[in-house]
Design a protein around this ligand. Sequence first.
Ligand code: NAD
Length: 482
Amino acid sequence: MVDLWFDPSKCFIGGHWVPPLGGQTLELENPSDGSTLCAIARGNREDVDAAVAAARSALNSDWGALPAFERGRLLTKIGRMVLERIDALAEMEALDVGKPLKQARNDVVALARYMEFYGGAADKIMGETIPFLPGFTVYTLREPHGVTAHIVPWNYPMQIIGRSIGGALAMGNAAVLKPAEEACLTALAFADICNEAGLPKGALNVVPGLGEEAGAALSGHSDIDHISFTGSVPVGAMIQEAAARNIVPVTLELGGKSPQLFFEDADLDKALPFLVNAGIQNAGQTCSAASRILVHRARYDEVVSRMAERYAALRVGPAMADLDLGPMISARQKEVVSGFLASVDKAMIVAEGQVVPDVPAKGHYLAPALVAGVSGDHRLAQEEVFGPTQVVIPFDGEDEAIAIANGTPFGLVAGLWTADGGRQMRLARRIRAGQVFINNYGAAGGVELPFGGVGKSGHGREKGFEALYGFSVLKTVAAHHG
Ligand code: NAD
């Protein structure tokens, strides 16, 4: 059991904890031992209707009337309160998602950083005046969309809620959040903290439940004005269809098959932790996981062998044991990843980490595996695995490296390891991705850095100031005064 200060079997609607109208709950599993953590609300269409109505009414009352700097002040306060609860929130996230405790602590800090960043930004988004015909004054206003829908996955609940809800609230929208059925405790805890901080009623509403019920009801709701979706490609496509039916804008943050490109002149000592960690962090269940490591042939054997050493030292165990990796989120996810690994010749698995002895039998543990020698068109080199495995692929020059890097349907993040400044600039432009990191990878999360994909990785941007443009709509005012 996890120690909670709120009732997770309820929805948070209009500033109140209310039981789901269908009276049903779902069991939340602890992936470290297969036990039930608690019951959560199984919200349905009626709950979503109530949440959207509460958000709409917030826009027309206290929340809508709040000046931008007051919104910012509230978000900053929420960030401070999140940090004050770091121990409880980290433990909750670790137990719920199965991630090692220190990674969960990083996620709490990231959530607080998003609140601080968007708190500071709330009153700094401005319109412009536009030179026009004589007798006119023309200016633009940045206004909230209205009611924003947020559907998020289970892998980094706090981080994704921070970037999505933080940006939406900073611009004055009222939000309805549907967290994932696999892990939603910190979403509820966050709502409670917002309430305690004094966020006006209805500015944030949370309806837990199943994707095909609460999620579908929210994305297809006729009274929402914007959708922010983070999740898989197939569900993303459904969300975009729902958005099309209601003609509302949608941001899709989807999957990836992100590469790191390691050139012959790169510093392997510096790169090595990034090459490996970016693949195994959160048991590889990361949208921006660097699941493909492309290495110049002159350094290929050396890189494979150094990565293999690191893999052999990796330890997998319960979230609270705080090792390198925790369990997979579910038995199903473990099965999917095992299926990918079974699709390659065993000899291609050049190193594996170890599940520590005596882990609970019902936990979903899987040893991380490093794979070398698969062809570029193999499914392990093309499809998102969402598990602790990376493939290493050799290349001979820049053109080939770019062809492999850009040779999947995705384009989320890429890493470039080279000491050659010209190559850094050239290839950063040629790589098809939403973010390119040069001689680093991930930049420790980068709250300030616009993030999002191209191709099947989605469209629209969250994080940074850019998100605030996405969470607002531009109005042009043309006054003719003669
Ligand atoms: P998922 O698409 O199965 O679920 C994501 C969310 O969508 C959940 O809340 C789920 O309940 C909801 N959902 C499911 N079916 C729905 C439906 N028919 N209508 C409306 N909502 C529905 O994804 P997942 O397995 O939870 O997450 C893993 C995926 O998310 C991976 O592909 C990963 O790359 C991606 N992801 C992307 C980013 C990013 O920023 N680009 C970040 C994290 C995860």
